[in-house]
Design a binder for this molecule. Structure first.
Ligand SMILES: NC(=O)CC[C@H](N)C(=O)O
Length: 394
């Protein structure tokens, strides 16, 4: 395979430009143009389509450490954006090898054509091992990925574009990733041969606050037996209570949790006070922590992958989970009445909480996987049990 960055003679059609002035040459894939964002790396070996459509990657460019991306093409089912807020997913992608022709019975399109449709700008032929080592040592940096057929770029302008981008700290992106209207999802867990399952019309009513929710969270809730309604990120406590929830899910989402806290935290505080069963996932976990008075911090490299070990202190077991976050809950800032339920075994950061005085739990990882292992699927069933228990006690 050809790596282009050291070969100035190659008419490379793409550039990856870092804010420190590094320019990496590669071959373009997907949309043409130039996209700026925070450069992170993801270590998952499968699930590139789910990763590129995960709304939590808004304003980010994903470097895939797995070298062969595109082998199974793209299909109509493995899409994680739950609404037309498609702009909310990853802006750019960095690959080691050029994408090969797809080989999979579900493939409908090749990766490049699909990325073009979705406006994702990509570059292949990059030494992703070198890039990942740099992110590991220097932290997530701002980058621009640029692609055009001519191979002619104003590199100084691209460096300037990367330098002047303000970064993710202080950015509320949940409102832009959220569906603007209430909706009900259309299916449950996907199974080979039968596709998406159907829900239980008499199950407990889970209302999901959509900060940029992944579809598989909705499918998993349906699969665990819930009736599900999704409400926009800025729905008020009264809007939520008006549709009679048995429980509320605080979804995942992009951006800085502290910036989303302005409008999310007052609603979550009222849910806690009203003892509505509450379950936070990723951004939702961080927002629950902020609602009880804790702090969140920016991580140097974040956690992005489908192979992260997390200890569940309740069961004593280690689960291998999917992760995608660049901010974390600062454990030292957690007040009394908050129990730590999960810990990342990569770096000891907080990965789960439970309030002792209200029915509220949360996890930092992605128990819905997609992509990733299904070790944590059970947290959805535990949430359903919590809703049933609270309802029976009311
Ligand atoms: N997946 C998520 O919900 C991400 C949460 C938050 N935007 C972070 O990067 O930490």
């Amino acid at each position: 395979m050809r790596l282009c960055q050291d070969d100035a003679q190659t008419p490379a059609t793409a550039r990856l430009v870092l804010a420190d002035g590094t320019v990496i040459r590669g071959e373009g894939i997907g949309a043409t143009g130039a996209k700026v964002g925070e450069l992170c790396f993801n270590t998952a070996m499968t699930g590139y389509q789910e990763i590129l459509t995960d709304p939590s990657y808004a304003a980010q460019i994903v470097t895939f450490t797995f070298p062969h991306i595109g082998n199974t093409g793209v299909n109509e089912e493995d899409i994680e954006n739950s609404s037309e807020a498609a702009a909310s997913a990853a802006r750019g992608a960095v690959f080691r090898a050029p994408a090969t022709s797809p080989s999979n019975y579900r493939a409908r399109l090749d990766l490049s054509a699909w990325m073009r449709r979705r406006g994702i700008v990509g570059v292949c032929g990059v030494d992703t091992r070198m890039l990942t080592a740099r992110i590991r040592e220097e932290g997530m940096m701002t980058a621009v990925v640029a692609h055009n057929a001519s191979g002619v770029f104003d590199e100084a302008a691209l460096i300037e574009q990367a330098r002047s981008w303000p970064g993710l700290v202080g950015r509320d992106l949940a409102k832009t990733a959220s569906s603007p209207q209430r909706f009900a999802p259309d299916g449950g867990d996907w199974r080979w041969g039968t596709g998406f399952g159907v829900g239980d019309p008499d199950g407990p009513h889970a209302v999901v606050i959509d900060y940029g929710v992944k579809r598989n969270i909705l499918r998993r809730l349906v699969g665990a037996g819930c009736r599900v309604s999704v409400v926009p990120a800025d729905a008020s406590f009264e809007d939520i209570m008006a549709i009679a929830p048995d429980g509320v899910v605080l979804a995942n989402g992009p951006g800085d949790p502290a910036a989303t806290a302005d409008y999310a935290v007052p609603v979550i505080r009222k849910l806690i006070e009203a003892k509505v069963p509450t379950f936070g996932i990723c951004l939702g976990h961080q927002l629950l922590a902020l609602a009880v008075g804790a702090k969140t911090v920016k991580m140097p490299q974040g956690h992005h992958g489908a192979n992260h070990p997390v200890r569940d202190h309740g069961t004593g077991k280690v689960e291998i989970v999917s992760m995608n976050h660049g901010f974390a809950v600062e454990e030292a800032s957690l007040p009394e009445g908050v129990e730590i339920t999960h810990t990342s075994l990569f770096d000891g950061t907080n990965a789960g909480l439970r309030l002792t005085y209200a029915p509220a739990v949360s996890v930092q990882h992605h128990p819905e996987a997609s992509p990733g292992p299904q070790d944590s699927f059970g947290v959805f069933e535990r949430f359903v049990e919590m809703m049933r228990k609270e309802k029976a006690a009311a």
